[in-house]
Design a protein. Structure first.
Length: 393
């Protein structure tokens, strides 16, 4: 029959099975040009995700072994970090686990909170084949891990990744600017990937705007009102209430901005921003309390201890104002460093408020000087008139 004819026609041997089809990259994948093993192997990663102009992410997923091979390529020397945040922390820098390294040394780390001191080595991760290379100005770190390791990578759903880079070879704070750190999501099965913005970005901006508004605008206006409300603007008792209203508005804004920062876990930031912020908050709250006590106990300007209140209230008020203004600029720098935002609009808002305040102080001080000079001249004229009238008598 037909089977026999086919059998004999093949020379007595069954035809060899067809070769297995070549692995098909995920449909949304951009083919990678980076080799998994730089030492002669031609096997390359399946996919590539261009994160920034200099930074790219490469991967190859093997479903049969549940292993995924990763590489991060940066067109610059320095360290590279890639972490996977815990479930529910997508877009947040911490808590997260991953690999940080240079072309010479790579290690698994856990990011516990914000700040380089909170990034500690973690030997619980089942990461293998870690290696690095540096050639023609390009740094690449490579590693592999099981998708079931914690945090788990679900191949058929999007997984969140955080990245950070620095030009330094020493593991520490990442570099400044928008390209120094960020987040993206990745679906291993389809190869689709999306850039993610930091969930804290808008809150950090709000915190900064509130602090600039409080200390570069409301507080100096309150000081201006107290010092020059009577002699320049002839406000009488209204200058005192205006002073209280403006300063307390600034204090309330400060407290609101501080609560926003602490409740969202901003961390200390750079330049001891968090520590100085606590000092500003304490002094900003203490001085109004001191003012209330002074109003109650030494309200009379002729009270023998009034000078003690005036001196302490003035020193604390001016000191915390200067400290807070410096703190605003530290905050602007931290905002640029952490979120990569343009400093310009925030610097303009802060500097314009300070310039307005300083200019107003000089103008008002000049007016007071002229007022006192004119007052002395009028008084002298009056005294001369009195003397002349006495001589005539």
């Amino acid at each position: 029959g037909y089977w026999l004819a086919l059998h004999f026609g093949s020379g007595g041997a069954s035809p060899p099975p067809p070769p297995p089809p070549a692995p098909t990259p995920p449909p949304a994948c951009v083919i990678s040009d980076v080799r998994i093993n730089p030492d002669g192997s031609t096997d390359r990663y399946d996919c590539k995700r261009q994160i920034t102009r200099e930074l790219s992410f490469h991967w190859k997923y093997l479903p049969e072994s549940d292993f995924v091979y990763f590489a991060v390529e940066n067109a610059a020397p320095g360290w590279i970090g890639l972490t996977i945040p815990n479930p529910g922390s997508c877009g947040y820098m911490f808590p997260a686990k991953g690999v940080i390294g240079t072309h010479e040394s790579q290690m698994t780390y856990i990011v516990q909170s914000e700040g380089s001191n909170a990034v500690v080595k973690d030997h619980t991760q089942r990461t293998v084949n870690m290696s690095g290379s540096f050639d023609a100005g390009i740094t690449i770190i490579r590693w592999a891990r099981n998708v079931t390791d914690v945090p788990v990578i679900h191949p058929n759903t999007e997984t969140c990744f955080n990245y950070a880079v620095s030009p330094s070879e020493q593991i520490g704070y990442h570099g400044p600017g928008a390209n120094a750190r960020g987040s993206f999501s990745l679906d291993l099965a389809t190869g689709s990937s999306n850039t993610m913005s930091s969930p804290l970005k808008g809150k950090r901006i709000t915190h900064g705007i509130l602090m600039i508004t409080a200390w570069c605008w409301f507080i100096p206006l309150g000081i201006l009102m107290k010092r020059y409300g009577k002699p320049v603007f002839s406000l009488g008792i209204s200058q005192f209430y205006g002073h209280i209203a403006l300063v307390m508005t600034g204090v309330i804004i400060t407290v609101s901005a501080y609560i926003l920062a602490t409740s969202n876990g901003f961390g200390g930031g750079r330049y001891s921003h968090g520590t100085i912020g606590v000092a500003v908050l304490v002094l900003a709250g203490a001085n109004p309390v001191l003012g209330i006590l002074g109003y109650i106990f030494v309200r009379d300007p002729k009270h023998p201890k009034r000078w003690m209140f005036n001196l302490s209230h003035s020193i604390i008020g001016r000191g915390v104002y200067v400290l807070a203004c410096v703190q605003c600029f530290f905050g602007i720098e931290s905002l640029n460093y952490v979120e990569g935002l343009d400093r310009s609009p925030y610097l303009i808002a802060a500097i314009s408020g300070i310039v307005m305040s300083v200019t107003s102080f000089f103008i008002c001080d000049a007016l007071v000087t002229q007022f006192l000079k004119r007052k002395d001249e009028v008084y002298k004229v009056q005294q001369d008139q009195v003397k002349a009238a006495l001589l005539e008598e």
